[in-house]
Each structure stands twice: as structure tokens, then as C-alpha cells.
Ligand binder design. Structure first.
Ligand code: SF4
Length: 215
């Protein structure tokens, strides 16, 4: 496993992203403390990995200016405002649906505020990625979303989709293109984004954690 982490970190660096290794969530939290400073404006996507690792607890502890889209009583208009303010944040926290051994990130989004922030806006993007998200290649990344991430997320979000009911994407039932899938308004797969070599060196930082985190 150690060799795999080293390989992925080298691949990320080749793609102008900064890779870090954390033995566990506690180490990941300590790393995050070094990557941001008190008073920074920070925010996060809807990420179980950020929550489970304890990073959310850190960035909401009052030392940072946390843009909170989940605060009690927030209106849809205010949530939209948080999404727009996110583009000016110092750091955006999320995970990645998959990270390939070749250093590519793969994310599929419904609302797409998350992939938007990953691609452009926040000064830095800090990803918390459990070992369960590391995959061999881009085909495995696509498959991971269709068989693991999407079914688990639709269950968590109580979305009435084929993958929630059957455990994998309807598109896997025959020959299909990457973006094929279910219909209906509950579909969570709308934009499919691979991140390869980046223009801004080290804007995206990936903390690989030697634990299973999120989906
Ligand atoms: S397209 Fe629909 S069925 Fe397929 S993974 Fe996404 S939400 Fe699930």
C-alpha cells in the first residue's frame, strides 16, 4: 500500500497537483492546519470524507471564516450566495470520487457547485481522499462512481434513482457511454469531470489518507 501511495503522489505531482500522505484522519487534520491559516475564508462541498476525517470539525471551530451552506434556517437564495462567495475563498474542502494511479481526479456532480469550485475560483482546493478512492485507471474511476459512489450517495440523499434501488447505474446493463444513466429529476450524475495536468501548480492539494473515508 505504501508503494501505491508513493506512486499516486508522484503522479499527482507530475500533474501539477500536490500530494500528501496521512497515516490516519488525525494526521490529515494536522496537515490541514499547516495548509491554511487562522482567519482564512474556507468552505466545503457535501463530502462525507471531510466530515468523517474530522476536517470539518477543524474548519468550523471558529478559527476560520467558514462559509456555511448548511446553517439552520438558510434560504435557497442564501445557499446560492454561498456557492458564489466560494469562488473567492482561500480554501475549498472536498474529496474526489476517484483518484487514479496516474494522478487524475474524477468527479461527477449533480448540482455541480463542487466541480465548479474544483476547476476554478478558490485559491486552493484541499481534497481529503481515503484509500478506498484510489483506482487503477480512468475506466475504473468511471466504474467506481457507477457502482459505489452514486448508489451510496443516492441512498444517503434519499434520491429515487435506479442505482439507489438496484445498487449500480442502469447504464451498466448494456453498451453505454460514460454519461448514460437514469432519467428523472433525482439523477445526481450530470457533469463528469476528469482533472489532468493543472495550469496553476499546487492549487489542488490531495491528502491521501490510509483509511477508508466516504464513498
Ligand atoms: S445516472 Fe442515475 S442510475 Fe446512474 S449512477 Fe447516476 S443517479 Fe445512479
Amino acid at each position: 500500500m505504501k508503494e501505491l501511495f508513493e506512486k499516486v503522489i508522484k503522479s499527482l505531482e507530475k500533474n501539477n497537483m500536490q500530494g500528501f500522505y496521512a497515516e490516519n484522519s488525525a494526521q490529515a487534520v494536522e496537515l490541514v492546519k499547516q495548509l491554511i491559516k487562522k482567519g482564512d475564508t474556507v468552505t466545503m462541498g457535501g463530502s462525507m470524507s471531510v466530515i468523517e476525517s474530522g476536517v470539518k470539525d477543524l474548519i468550523t471551530n471558529g478559527d476560520y471564516n467558514f462559509l456555511d451552506r448548511g446553517k439552520e434556517g438558510i434560504t435557497p437564495e442564501e445557499i446560492e450566495e454561498v456557492y458564489r462567495k466560494t469562488f473567492y475563498a482561500d480554501a475549498y474542502f472536498c474529496s474526489s470520487n476517484a483518484v487514479t494511479e496516474n494522478g487524475e481526479l474524477y468527479n461527477v456532480d449533480g448540482n455541480s457547485n463542487r466541480v465548479a469550485a474544483i476547476l476554478y475560483g478558490p485559491k486552493s482546493v484541499i481534497m481529503i481522499v481515503g484509500k478506498n478512492k484510489i483506482v487503477k485507471d480512468t475506466d475504473a474511476a468511471i466504474n467506481r462512481v457507477k457502482t459505489i459512489a452514486a448508489p451510496k450517495n443516492t441512498k444517503r440523499l434519499n434520491k429515487q434513482t435506479y442505482c439507489n434501488l438496484k445498487g449500480s447505474c442502469v447504464s451498466l446493463n448494456g453498451d453505454s457511454y460514460i454519461c448514460d444513466g437514469c432519467g428523472g429529476s433525482d439523477r445526481i450524475c450530470r457533469n463528469y469531470v476528469f482533472c489532468g495536468p493543472q495550469a496553476k501548480k499546487n492549487r489542488i492539494k490531495v491528502i491521501l489518507v490510509n483509511e477508508n473515508l466516504g464513498y
